[in-house]
Design a protein around this ligand. Structure first.
Ligand SMILES: [Zn+2]
Ligand SMILES: [Zn+2]
Length: 638
């Protein structure tokens, strides 16, 4: 028998856990081609199609134009072959045992189809807060391990009912066929409402009641997808003041969630890129210029930007839909310096003094996943926090690691990472490691990656920051003792430079000039660096320039108090009395806790203080001099 024209495709990208195989199956039947599709492990899918040229083209057109929204093709390669006639198109079992590593899929915001089902009266999912499908829903936040199968997620507590089972097994059901996280009101998780102590409140519709309570000015803790939020009115000064007071959070801006893009437009100015980001499956918080007339001034004091996101689960959508404003403060549910709560025990312990009520559900959150935060710089998105929706997707870099790497990051606004082959897997946002629970989280998620990606720590290279007092460094050193692994320390800004090189696709061995504009990092000369011009490649760097060294009177105290930093800068060219007089003239003396005495002491110790080339500290000093800001109560302020 003569062989027939066939095309074998290797598709690389986000093609697993997003309904890609059912999509291929359907595209093949619509195009009238035969063949198969199968997962190869890793992030690769193999597709074989057989048919006449016209139908093969039809298939390729469907592949390009009707892909499931969260799927992304990074690379596609094809090979024409001629093989025996196939009778049908099949989904073959995943090819395992090839030693490839499976990507952990990130959490995906609710898709339009799922939302429509939730809002449609008469639909099986009407009013159901956990509706999801192959194209959307929680992933990483509910995974105990890989591969992404229901048995490896917290949805294993909710066996499928007959209706769901039928949809799961129906290859024609493109959104639910083989979708691991699906459920319905009959078989899925449930919501309920409690007071701040966890005492259940009787109500037919816990979500609508929660909305009503928020409208009345109460503050409600909401268990969501990757952790708890604290929800409150964003239009009522008294409510926002109450929340700030309870959270002991004087000025750090609160994030907002708005029902839909029309509502965002009412409270902020939008451009096309922001609009696309907000509505993307990742649904990050996007920083936008506020239209201030609608918001309480205490939402983001002193700033003209606000962080806004859209609802990324049906639960959030239903909650917002029933409120009068259609947008709310949705700030992360954590005590200052602590990780966001992911279970009821933490919520009752840490959040009950902040909130009046809790809206809870019984799907376990396995992995904490904070909201991602994105800002536009020169019209392009830049991450301030890469977490939900993005982490822990791996990032391919233009170099190959000779052995696996486990990296412990720095201490502030931190994330860890593992690396192997040509891939770097960053953890989700972890936080500031001066807290023990956050340090524990860093180690826990690194251990999770080590297990999932089958890395042997004894055989890995451990990477820590050069700062001798960083907790992350200590953790890395402990791991190296425990596993007998090699540990190397990396200068903070060389690490920043290397990540920019990778971002720009610079090849190994090539050198570039890199400018790092930063708050603080330990320099090789013992000073605190942060305004550096480096000539860098991946393996080494040379410092070719930096901002002038300024003394930081009292070290970290000068980082917290910009007036002290200003005294340090001025001490280099003014006398003690001149500095004190200038501070008096600018009304800055009383911004120091101990007034003039502190000013004089700061001046005198400046000569012997640690030196810094930090850009952040120079800007701090300038903002104090200009009477813009006198205290840093959160990272990034002033
Ligand atoms: Zn969906
Ligand atoms: Zn069901």
């Amino acid at each position: 028998m003569a062989c027939e024209y066939s095309l074998k495709l290797l598709v690389i990208g986000i093609v697993q856990g997003v309904g890609f195989r059912p999509f291929i199956y359907r595209a093949a039947s619509r195009a009238g081609v035969r063949g198969y599709v199968r997962n190869l492990g890793g992030s690769e899918v193999e597709v074989l199609i057989q048919g006449n040229v016209e139908n093969v083209h039809k298939f390729l057109h469907l592949l390009a134009s009707e892909m499931p929204p969260p799927a992304r093709i990074e690379e596609i390669s094809g090979e024409e072959t001629c093989i025996d006639h196939l009778s049908e198109f099949k989904i073959l079992p995943s090819l395992t045992g090839m030693g490839r590593r499976s990507m952990i899929p990130p959490d995906i915001g609710i898709c339009e189809d799922c939302l429509r089902e939730v809002l449609e009266p008469g639909s099986r999912w009407h009013g159901y807060p956990f509706n999801s499908c192959a194209w959307c829903g929680p992933r990483f936040s509910m995974m105990y391990g890989v591969p992404y199968d229901r048995a490896n997620t917290s949805m294993r507590d909710f066996p499928l009912c007959e209706d769901c089972k039928q949809e799961y097994s129906d290859p024609e059901n493109i959104r639910r066929f083989h979708a691991q996280g699906i459920s319905c009101p009959n078989c899925g998780p449930k919501v309920w409402l409690t007071d701040s102590k966890g005492l259940k409140i009787q109500t037919k519709n816990p979500i609508a009641t929660a909305s009503q309570l928020i409208d009345e000015g109460y503050i409600v803790g909401v268990k969501g997808l990757g952790g708890f939020h604290i929800a409150a009115l964003a239009t009522d000064e008294a409510v926002v003041a109450k929340l700030r007071d309870r959270k002991n959070r004087p000025s750090k801006p609160f994030a907002l969630m708005a029902l839909d893009i029309r509502i965002v437009e009412k409270i902020a100015y939008l451009d096309d890129v922001s609009r696309r980001l907000l509505t993307s499956p990742e649904k990050p918080i996007v920083l936008l210029k506020a239209r201030d007339k609608h918001l309480a001034s205490l939402v983001a004091p002193g700033l003209d930007v606000i962080g806004v996101m859209l609802p990324y689960t049906a639960l959030h959508y239903l909650l917002l839909k029933s409120t009068k404003d259609k947008f709310l403060i949705m700030t992360s549910g954590n005590k200052r310096g602590k990780p966001m709560c992911i279970d009821e025990e933490c919520a009752f312990r840490e959040l009950s003094s902040f909130v009046d009520f809790f809206l809870l559900h019984n799907r376990r959150i396995v992995n904490r996943v904070d909201d991602s935060v994105v800002r536009l710089t020169e019209g392009s998105p830049v991450f301030l926090r890469r977490s939900r929706g993005y982490a822990p997707m791996w990032i391919r870099v233009p170099l190959v690691f000779k052995k696996p790497v486990i990296a412990f990051g720095a201490d502030f606004q931190s994330a860890g990472a593992v690396a192997f082959e040509d891939k770097v897997v960053l953890t989700q946002y972890i936080g500031d490691l001066d807290d023990y629970d956050i340090l524990t989280d860093l180690e826990r998620y690194l251990e999770f990656f080590v297990k999932v990606y089958r890395i042997n720590p004894s055989n890995a290279l451990l990477v820590v920051d050069k700062h001798p007092r960083y907790t992350s460094r200590l953790a890395g050193v402990m791991w190296s003792r425990k596993y007998g692994a090699e540990v190397i320390d990396v200068q903070h800004h060389h690490a920043h430079a290397a990540s920019v090189l990778a971002d720009r696709g610079v090849e190994p061995g090539e050198t570039r000039a890199v400018i790092t504009i930063d708050g603080a990092g330990y320099g090789v000369d013992g000073a605190i660096w942060g305004g550096e011009v480096l000539e860098a490649c991946y393996s080494s760097f040379r410092r070719i320039g930096h901002l002038t060294y300024q003394p930081m009177p009292g070290g970290d105290a000068a980082a917290r108090n910009p007036v002290r930093m200003l005294i340090g800068v001025l001490s280099r060219f003014l006398s003690e009395d001149e500095v004190v007089n200038l501070l008096k003239k600018r009304n800055l003396i009383d911004k120091l806790k101990h007034g003039e005495r502190e000013a004089r002491v700061s001046y005198r110790i400046a000569r012997k203080s640690v030196l810094t080339s930090s850009t952040g500290r120079v800007l701090d000093a300038a903002s104090a001099l200009l009477n813009v800001c006198y205290a840093r109560t959160y990272e990034g302020e002033p």
